[in-house]
Design a protein. Sequence first.
Length: 145
Amino acid sequence: MTIQRMDHVGVVVDDMEAAKAFFVQLGMELEGEAPVEGDWVDRVNAIDGVRVDIAMMRTPDGHGRLELTKFHNPAVSSAEPVNAPNTLGLRNIMFQVDDVDTIVADLLAHGAELVGEVAQYQDSYRLCYVRGPEGVIVALAEELN
């Protein structure tokens, strides 16, 4: 028995519209949206009365997916509002981009914030972390040829 593929990464958000807009601005496409509730989702989550909306985002190449989940019931619980990059748990979601400066400028204009600065790793990559909605850290890497 082996893994067939990684299907998606899930992120719980409070402001679904802001989260979708952020990832669309980054270049992802909205694949679909749906409300989700019922006994099966309660059992999977080990929580009674789950009622959520999900939005599935897809990378332009069609291989990467990100599930945004907005809980209506039960209310979301919150960790630190702005986690540092060295916080235990899911650290970031990384995307390879064609022009890191342009993408960072676009995201900053739409309310994102740069965690540190854009830096170059040898002659290979220009990299940075950007914090988006709900404090999600997105890593961006531009490959240098």
